[in-house]
Design a binder for this molecule. Structure first.
Ligand SMILES: [Zn+2]
Length: 205
């Protein structure tokens, strides 16, 4: 009788751990943002809107993350605009370990193509955002074969959080070849896979 109660207690206590899997408790939360949305389409070329492409890519990242070691939370899963400061505030509220925003680029020159990862220019050299930017850029270029345009820095709204934060420009809508690729679902899958791999690499998973 006593042994039965003991086993029942062991089962009960172990349940929350079993429920989230053996590797992580609690799971690491990562916030992934689709840029623009709603009344803000972002770049628009030949009827293709940045807000739609990036929403599709973040939904793929969410799917790919599945039962993996990190819990991906999206700032938007539909075509709506979210205030920029609210996006990073949301990441802090849900206890995220990092914030990553996905964008598609535009240039007046149709020749410009490739991937860039941006970090806010107030971040110090020892800020982990730089390491995150490098990890995501490396994995993304390896997965897609796209041109590596490097880690760059400018004034970004990510200065409103202390979380490691980057803005990923996954390609140029203004470049016809890259636009064709971005309109291809299997290419967007590779973009999603590359970004997620970069996040895993940064977290040492
Ligand atoms: Zn954008």
């Amino acid at each position: 009788m006593k042994r039965r109660w003991f086993l029942l207690l062991v089962w009960f206590l172990s349940f929350p751990f079993l429920a989230v899997g053996p590797q992580q408790f609690p799971p690491l939360v990562v916030v992934v943002d689709a840029g623009h949305g709603g009344e803000d389409p972002g770049a628009v070329v030949a009827g293709v809107k940045e807000k739609d492409l990036v929403l599709d890519i973040v939904l793929r990242i969410f799917e790919l993350a599945g039962e993996g070691p990190v819990e991906v939370i999206l700032t938007r899963a539909t075509d709506r605009y979210v205030d920029l400061k609210d996006r990073v505030k949301f990441a802090e509220e849900v206890g995220a370990v990092l914030y990553l925003s996905v964008h598609v680029n535009y240039s007046s020159s149709t020749y410009v193509r490739g991937i860039e990862v941006w970090v806010d220019n107030t971040r110090k050299p020892d800020d982990p955002s730089w390491k995150l930017a490098g990890s995501v850029l490396r994995a993304l270029v390896a997965e897609t074969g796209a041109r590596d345009r490097g880690v760059r820095s400018q004034k970004l709204y990510m200065r409103h959080t202390k979380l490691p934060a980057v803005l990923v420009e996954v390609g140029y809508l203004s470049n016809p070849a890259e636009r064709r690729l971005l309109l291809d679902t299997s290419y967007r899958d590779r973009v999603a896979k590359g970004i997620l791999q970069g996040i895993y690499d940064f977290l040492g998973l």
